[in-house]
Design a protein. Structure first.
Length: 262
C-alpha cells in the first residue's frame, strides 16, 4: 500500500494513467475514485464569502467555528436564516437537524422570540402538506418544526430565487405562492448546491468524461459494481457522494458502496 499526498489533476482513460499534482503519473488496471463534493457559487455568494462571512459550514473546520461564533454573538430574539438546496446534497437529514439544533440554542439562550427561517428549495410532494418537502425523516422533523420548536422555526418549502447580500446579510426569496420576501437576519447560513469534485467546466472529472449525468454534476455508475457508464471508462469506478446512483449521499452509504465495489 502506497499513500501518496497529492491531488488528482487528470485521467488518461485510453492509457489507463492517473495524473497527480506533484507531477507523478500512476498507471492503473482498476481505478476507484471517491472525490466527494464541492460547493457551487450560489445566491450571489462566492467561495470567499463562504469562508469569511456567510459560512455554509458543510465542511467542518474554520467554517463551523465561524458559524458558531456568529450564533453566539446574536442578540436576544434575533433571526437566523438558513437555506437547503435541491436534492441531491450531502447528508439528507443534516439541514433539518441543524435547524433544530439552532432553534434549541436560540430559544434557550437568546429568548423565546428568536426565529429560525428555513428556506427549502425542495418542493412538497403533497401540495396540502408543506412538510412533505422534507428530504429525510419527514415525520420526525414535522414533529420538531410544528410542535417542539413551534413559533421559533418558520419552515418555507418550495422557495425560488434566493439571493443573499454578503455585506448586509439581507435575504430575498420568492415563496411557493409566488410572493417576494426580504428578511434581514443577524446570521445567514446558506447551504449551496453541491456537485462532484472536479465536475466544473474545467474540472478533471469533466475533462475525463466522467461527469456524465444529465446536468454534468455527477458521475453515473452501474450500481452493481459502481463502474462508470461513461464511454471508454471501463475499469474506472466512482463511489461515495460524487456518484449518481439513486442512493443518499451519506457516509454509511458510501461505506457500503465501497464494499460492493470491492
Amino acid at each position: 500500500v502506497n499513500i501518496v499526498r497529492a491531488s488528482v489533476t487528470g485521467i488518461d482513460k485510453a492509457n489507463k494513467t492517473l495524473m497527480l499534482s506533484d507531477g507523478v503519473s500512476l498507471p492503473y488496471d482498476r481505478l476507484v475514485l471517491a472525490p466527494g463534493v464541492e460547493f457551487e457559487d450560489a445566491y450571489g455568494l462566492t467561495q470567499t464569502d463562504y469562508e469569511t462571512r456567510t459560512p455554509h459550514a458543510w465542511r467542518a473546520g474554520p467554517q463551523t467555528q465561524l458559524l458558531r461564533d456568529q450564533l453566539a454573538a446574536m442578540p436576544g430574539n434575533g433571526t437566523f436564516v438558513m437555506t437547503i438546496p435541491k436534492a441531491p446534497y450531502r447528508c439528507p437529514p443534516g439541514p433539518y437537524e441543524r435547524a433544530c439544533l439552532v432553534a434549541d440554542f436560540l430559544k434557550t439562550t437568546k429568548g423565546a422570540g428568536s426565529k429560525v427561517i428555513v428556506l427549502d428549495e425542495n418542493t412538497p410532494t403533497d401540495a396540502a402538506n408543506p412538510y412533505s418537502a422534507i428530504q429525510a425523516e419527514a415525520h420526525t422533523f414535522t414533529q420538531a418544526f410544528s410542535v417542539i420548536h413551534a413559533g421559533v422555526v418558520d419552515y418555507q418549502p418550495g422557495v425560488t430565487g434566493i439571493t443573499i447580500d454578503p455585506a448586509t446579510r439581507a435575504v430575498s426569496y420568492t415563496d411557493r405562492m409566488g410572493v417576494l420576501h426580504t428578511v434581514n437576519p443577524q446570521v445567514v447560513n446558506p447551504i449551496p448546491p453541491h456537485r462532484a469534485t472536479g465536475s466544473g467546466t474545467t474540472g478533471w472529472l469533466t475533462q475525463a468524461g466522467l461527469a456524465n449525468s444529465a446536468n454534468g454534476k455527477w458521475a453515473v455508475v452501474n450500481v452493481l459494481s459502481f463502474e462508470s457508464t461513461a464511454a471508454g471508462a471501463a475499469g474506472v469506478h466512482v463511489i461515495g457522494d460524487a456518484s449518481q446512483c439513486g442512493l443518499p449521499k451519506a457516509g454509511h452509504v458510501a461505506n457500503q458502496e465501497a464494499k460492493i465495489c470491492a
